[in-house]
Design a protein around this ligand. Sequence first.
Ligand code: PMP
Length: 412
Amino acid sequence: ATGLDARTVRKDFPGLDREVHGKPLVYLDSAATSQTPRPVIDAMARYYEHFNSNVHRGVHALAEESTEAFEGARHAVARFVGADPRGVVFTKNATEAFNLVAYSWARKRLGPGDVLLSTQMEHHANLVPWQLAAQDAGFELAYVPVTDEGELDRERFDEIVASGRVKLFAVTAMSNVVGTINPVAELAGAVRAANDEAVVVVDGAQSVPHLPTDQSALDADFLCFSGHKMLGPTGVGVLAARPEVLDPMPPFLSGGEMITNVTLEGAEFNEIPYRFEAGTPVIAEAIGLGAAVEYLERIGMSAVRAHEVALLQRALPALEEVEGVTVHGPRDPERRGAAVSFSVAGLHPHDIGTLVDREGVAVRAGHHCAKPLVRSLGSAATTRASFYLYNTEDEIDALIAALEATKRFFDV
Ligand code: PMP
């Protein structure tokens, strides 16, 4: 018993109740975007139907109600990840959260002689912003390689950190490709022990939706994640920053809302987090995300995690029993999340994705926006099935049956 009944949970998700090519939908692509439960849809509809108005500046009733709902969402999100609400900035997505740090911290605080350490396991969102910042600011980039088991190479990490020059460490808490859960707090501690000025940026895009999260326990100065992967809407992401790190930072985007005074000569900037939310913020989306974290809290993140471990215990051996299948990443369900990449000998991932779709099974095929990692697995692409709280064991069986049908179709 995992404390979570996926069949009951599914009733809250209208998007799961449909057919694809005449077959019941089996949605195994939540690592890309999760489905949306009714309470999230309702919370956004309530905003548009009852108190649609701009936040913070209004004196009328609707503006007060929308401000209260928006700031309530900020508090809910902060509580969900153990963050201080003053450090919770609503962005457009996780990608924008990384860019905020790249512009307002990395470009300002790093220079020649400094090292920004990232890993070969990262999503492009946690790579490209640093590469562009390095070009502008002249600091060095270093990467922790990934072992054949899909883990970070701890020896190389220790060697690079020993230089004492690592001033920013950017690492994912959970890989979106191989599922690996990284020992973020331990790595962060090692980086700080070698350089007490270092800051730590954690990519929580995959971990926050699936694992109980506490920002201080992770030892993250900056935690970046996206609403649409954790039952919320698209269009909203979060930068959860330690207020003492965020407070001295200059603005990223600028305009209205982020100022306290403007003259033709210049401007004084608002306090955090508002200094980092220029213009009308993502109001309905943030309210939707607030409803999503409340929904997840009602179910309990430990129950979500236990359910996914149970699904992994069934899926990993079942996939490996299919002839020609290689599963990438850690074998131990306790060491990994529920994004499972695999390769099938003789089949291209795009052919697999297309053929299993005809059976109603939605998986992802490609480089998963993590080209350096996928390349290290020895191919340009993998097939990825990813599970969430609403997936059932029957759906794993449907994936296996669809894979077998695909192999028969291509005669491999
Ligand atoms: N990091 C990881 C690990 C991800 O899986 C994703 C989304 N695929 C992102 C960052 C970027 O998220 P978004 O596209 O919502 O900005």
